[in-house]
Design a protein around this ligand. Structure first.
Ligand code: GLN
Length: 395
C-alpha cells in the first residue's frame, strides 16, 4: 500500500467518541459526548415534516440558501448587537466544525502559528494540523480557568496568524470576562492577528453572566470570524448546520474554501431551520432556563455523591475533580466509571496540553448535562454508588 499522508499520522481516535463507544459497550448513561437525548422544538420538526414532498431537494446556493441567511442575519444582528448582512457576511457550513476549518484555511498558511487556549475542544488541534499551522497553546489555569497575561503576550510575540477563542468554553464551562476579551482584542490589534471564535454555546451563559460576542468589541468585527451553529441552540446536532460571520472580503475567501470542501449544507434542513431562526427572542430565554435547571439538578447530584467540581458559568459541561480517587490516570478512571458505575465521562487530559514543565493536568473529568432531567437523576443515583464501588474496586 502506498504511504498515507504524514500530517495525519499524529491523529488519534477522538477520545470523546471513544468514550461514547465504551458507554454503549457497558450500558452506561452517556454523559461523555455532548448531545441532547431530548427532541428539538416541535415547530421545527413539524416544518421538516411538511417539506418532505416539496423539497428543496437539490443543491442550495453554495454559501447557504438566501432565506436561511436572511433569517440568520436578522437573529444574529439582534443577538450580537452589530449589523450582520446575509448577502455579505454569512457562509452556511456543515456544522461549526466545518466553519472552523474553513475559517482556518482561509486565513492561515502552512508554517503559520495559531494560538489555542488549553484546555480546548479536540478539533482545534486537528484543524491546525490540517491547515499546516503550528498551534501555540496558552494554559487556562483551573479552577477559574484564567490565563496569565504575560504568557498570552509571549505567544503573541511569536506573531501568530490567528487565535482560536471558544466562548462559552468547552470543556471548562468558562465564560470570558469583558476585561479578558478586551485584553485579547488589544493583542490581536497590536500583532495584527485574526480571531476565530467558536460560540456554539452563545445562548447558554448562566446568570449573572452574559455572553459577549468578540466581534462586537470596538474595532474587532474586521478581524473576527465568528463561528457558530444551530446544533446546541435548537438541539439538532445531527443536522450539521453551522455558519461563519465575517467581513465581506474574508467571507469571499471562506465561501470558496467551503465550496471546495463540501459544496454546501443540506438544502431541506436549511429550509426547515428558517422556522427556528424566526422564533421570538423569548425562545432563547427558555433554552437558558432549561439548561440552568439541568445544571442545578446535575450539580445537586454531584453534591449528593460527594464529588468536587468546578461550577460552570456557561455551556453544558462540568469538570469534576477526581484527585481524591485516582491521581495518575483519568482515562483509567473514566473507563472504570463507565464499566462499574455505569456513567460515562471524558478524561480531562484529552483536553489539556501538558504545561511547559511537562506537567499534565489529569485530575479532572468532564460530564455533560444536555440530558432529560430523568436521565440526569438516574445518573445521579448511580454516582451515589461511586464511593463504595471505588472502595471495593479491582484495580
Ligand atoms: N461538542 C460535543 C462534545 O464536546 C460533541 C463532540 C463531537 O462528537 N462532535 O462532546
Amino acid at each position: 500500500m502506498p504511504a498515507t499522508s504524514k500530517h495525519t499520522r499524529g491523529f488519534t481516535e477522538s477520545v470523546i467518541r471513544r468514550m461514547t463507544r465504551i458507554a454503549l459497550e457497558n450500558g452506561a448513561i452517556n454523559l461523555s459526548q455532548g448531545f441532547p437525548d431530548f427532541d428539538p422544538p416541535k415547530d421545527l420538526t413539524a416544518a421538516l415534516g411538511r417539506l418532505a414532498p416539496s423539497g428543496p431537494h437539490q443543491y442550495a446556493i453554495t454559501w447557504g440558501a438566501a432565506n436561511f441567511r436572511e433569517a440568520l442575519a436578522r437573529k444574529q444582528s439582534r443577538c450580537m448587537g452589530i449589523p450582520v448582512d446575509g448577502d455579505r457576511h454569512i457562509t452556511v457550513t456543515c456544522g461549526s466544525t466545518e466553519a472552523m476549518i474553513a475559517a482556518m484555511m482561509s486565513t492561515v498558511d502552512p508554517g503559520d502559528r495559531v494560538v489555542v487556549f488549553s484546555p480546548f475542544y479536540e478539533n482545534y488541534g486537528a484543524d491546525a494540523i490540517l491547515s499546516g499551522a503550528e498551534p501555540l497553546y496558552v494554559p487556562l489555569f483551573p479552577p477559574d480557568f484564567c490565563f496569565d497575561r504575560a504568557l498570552l503576550r509571549r505567544a503573541f510575540e511569536q506573531r501568530p496568524k490567528a487565535l482560536i477563542l471558544c466562548n462559552p468554553s468547552n470543556p471548562s464551562g468558562k465564560v470570558f470576562t469583558r476585561e479578558e476579551l478586551e485584553y485579547i482584542a488589544a493583542l490581536a490589534e497590536e500583532f495584527d492577528t485574526w480571531v476565530i471564535t467558536d460560540e456554539v454555546y452563545e445562548h447558554i451563559v448562566y446568570s449573572p453572566g452574559k455572553h459577549l460576542y468578540f466581534a462586537s468589541l470596538p474595532g474587532m468585527a474586521g478581524r473576527t470570524i465568528s463561528c457558530s451553529s444551530l446544533s446546541k441552540t435548537y438541539s439538532i446536532t445531527g443536522w450539521r448546520l453551522g455558519y461563519t460571520i465575517a467581513a465581506e472580503e474574508v467571507t469571499g475567501i471562506i465561501r470558496k474554501v467551503h465550496d471546495f470542501l463540501t459544496v454546501g449544507a443540506a438544502a431541506p434542513l436549511m429550509e426547515a431551520a428558517v422556522t427556528a431562526l424566526n422564533f421570538p427572542l423569548s425562545y432563547y430565554d427558555e433554552v437558558l432556563a432549561s439548561y440552568t435547571r439541568k445544571r442545578d439538578i446535575f450539580l445537586h447530584c454531584l453534591d449528593q455523591a460527594g464529588l468536587r467540581y468546578i461550577k460552570p458559568q456557561g455551556a453544558y459541561y462540568v469538570m469534576v475533580d477526581i484527585s481524591e480517587f485516582d491521581k495518575t490516570g483519568d482515562t483509567r478512571f473514566c473507563e472504570w466509571l463507565a464499566r462499574e458505575v455505569k456513567v460515562a465521562a471524558v478524561p480531562g487530559s484529552s483536553f489539556f496540553k501538558p504545561l511547559e514543565d511537562g506537567a499534565q493536568v489529569n485530575h479532572l473529568i468532564r460530564f455533560h448535562f444536555a440530558k432529560k432531567e430523568e436521565t440526569l437523576r438516574s445518573a445521579g443515583e448511580r454516582l451515589k454508588t461511586l464511593r463504595s464501588l471505588w472502595a471495593s474496586r479491582g484495580y
